[in-house]
Write a protein that binds this ligand. Structure first.
Ligand code: PLP
Length: 244
């Protein structure tokens, strides 16, 4: 199937999952994870009405952004248009931060430690800019995964909130790598619990409105558990060329 058909199918599944979630009118943003696919495929996705793109490597994001930046909007149905957005979803190293900020990302999803926040702030200060970010949480406990420890997330949020350049808008997680839906669901439910706890704390400058969770294999569960953004690659573009 092509991108347009795949996207229609995902959109249908999202609305089914929304009905099961109890909050059917919640908006769920579909972020097309275009990593490893060439700019040409991203253009095709834009023609199919997708306008939010997620990349996990800084250099790859920068080069695709440069290639595609002349195009500012995507045409949607009913004569509407949407501005193209770039989302950074990958593990962040401090030495790549400066380069990353060359792209006007809509959200950086993967701030998971102070060291990175300090560097983003330092570089943004120089530019006189700010960025919307999410705090990544390791809900699966898998040591290979990025993300703050669940029990330390609230403290990280309070610390990062001290940087006026960094606008915290919510949390992000990658669910456990498993076939067991109950385990996956537990990861997403935990992210939502942390999100609600932090929201109730009402930390100054922190807005808890976005929950970025769910990928090709588990976005239905994520939407049931409250996702406001899902990050979907394979189910839109097909199998990735080579490994990611
Ligand atoms: C690759 C990736 C995705 C998308 O994965 P699919 O299984 O292809 O949908 C989502 N989130 C992150 C952080 C990724 O690296």
């Amino acid at each position: 199937m092509g991108i347009a058909e795949n996207t229609a199918d995902i959109t249908r599944r999202v609305s089914e999952a929304l009905k099961r979630s109890g909050t059917p009118s919640r908006e769920v943003k579909l972020i097309a994870v275009s990593k490893t696919f060439p700019a040409k495929r991203i253009s095709e996705a834009m023609d199919a009405g997708l306008f939010m793109f997620g990349e996990n490597r800084v250099q790859e994001l920068v080069s695709k952004y440069d290639e595609l930046k002349e195009r500012k909007t995507v045409r949607l149905r009913q004569g509407k248009t949407a501005p193209i957005e770039w989302h950074f979803i990958g593990h962040l190293q401090t030495n790549k931060v400066k380069k990353l900020l060359d792209v006007p990302t809509r959200y950086i999803h993967s701030v998971d430690r102070m060291e990175v926040a300090v560097e983003i702030d330092r570089q943004l200060q120089k530019r006189g800019e700010s960025r919307d970010i999410l705090i990544e949480v390791n809900t699966s406990g898998e040591p290979s995964k990025s993300g703050a420890e669940p029990g330390k997330t609230a403290e990280l949020v309070r610390q990062v909130a001290g940087f006026s350049t960094l606008k915290i808008k919510g949390l992000m997680t990658v669910g456990a790598l498993t076939e067991d839906a109950a385990v996956t669901r537990r990861c997403f439910a935990e992210l939502r619990r942390i999100f609600v706890t932090i929201r109730e704390e009402a930390v100054e400058g922190v807005e808890m409105s976005e929950l970025s969770m769910g990928m090709s294999g588990d976005f239905d569960i994520a939407v049931e558990e409250g996702a406001t953004m899902i990050r979907v690659g394979t189910a839109i573009f097909g199998e990735r060329p080579g490994k990611d």
